[in-house]
Design a binder for this molecule. Structure first.
Ligand SMILES: Cc1ncc(COP(=O)(O)O)c(C=O)c1O
Length: 221
């Protein structure tokens, strides 16, 4: 026989009352998360080696942003040195790294934001700017994370068509609504590889010409 504490017993009964037909933890999750497809990462080289019957070192993986040269020897050295301090919490603010990056770019340290990859920084944008029913503008054939971000914050994704795989920055002006909070203009774009040399100027133009009616004017990244 399994005995549960009084409190657990109450919780079980109470929970049952709230949701008598609950069959999955998903029933309690934020509804916008339910339709998000699970991200399938690039195939590991072990799987490819098995499939084609070859050795691991005969494969050069380039499917997910890898570089075929391996990590920089300096990065390996720095990671080895950091291992001996792995029992301590690191400096979460990355004080020295921020300072060095800022000096390298000629910026103030407060203009630098660090993340575990740019995906995390993109997610920060959602936390900082998105509320349910806000609008996020992206181009068709954009990096999948933009749409996932909008969906996971219950925002609406406005997807602009990209005929001939060209990003039409001018079209973003017409797509802006009073609820637009973020516009993603990747340069170069993934997955099309489209590179817009004049993009910076045009982004500024987009931001400036909307100044009077957009809350996000300082949020063009
Ligand atoms: C346009 C774009 N942004 C961001 C990322 C995320 O890169 P990471 O988190 O590895 O820095 C990718 C990765 O493919 C990308 O293509």
């Amino acid at each position: 026989m399994i005995q549960v504490s009084k409190e657990a017993n109450w919780q079980l009964r109470h929970f049952h009352l709230i949701s008598p037909r609950m069959t999955s933890i998903w029933d309690l999750a934020n509804p916008q998360l339910r339709d998000i497809a699970v991200y399938e990462p690039g195939k590991p080289i072990e799987e490819t080696a098995r499939e084609v019957g070859t050795e691991l070192d005969a494969i050069i993986k380039l499917a997910s942003n890898e570089n075929p040269l391996g990590p920089s020897p300096k990065a390996i050295e720095a990671m080895r040195a950091a291992l001996s301090n792995a029992h301590l919490y690191p400096d979460g603010s990355g004080f020295y790294l921020c300072k060095a990056v800022a000096a390298n770019l000629g910026l103030a340290p407060e203009n630098v934001i660090l993340g575990n990859g740019s995906n995390e920084v993109i997610e920060f944008l959602g936390h900082a700017f998105l509320n349910p029913a806000d609008d996020v503008i992206i181009f068709q054939y954009a990096f999948i994370i933009y749409k996932l971000l909008a969906t996971s914050f219950a925002a609406r994704t406005i997807e602009l068509p990209t005929p001939n795989f060209q990003q039409d920055l001018g079209a973003t002006l017409d797509a802006i609504t009073p609820k637009t909070r973020l516009i993603f203009i990747p340069n170069p774009n993934n997955p099309t590889g489209h590179l817009d040399f004049a993009a910076r100027h045009r982004q500024l133009h987009v931001a400036r010409s909307q100044e009077h009616r957009c809350r996000f004017r300082r949020s063009v990244f």
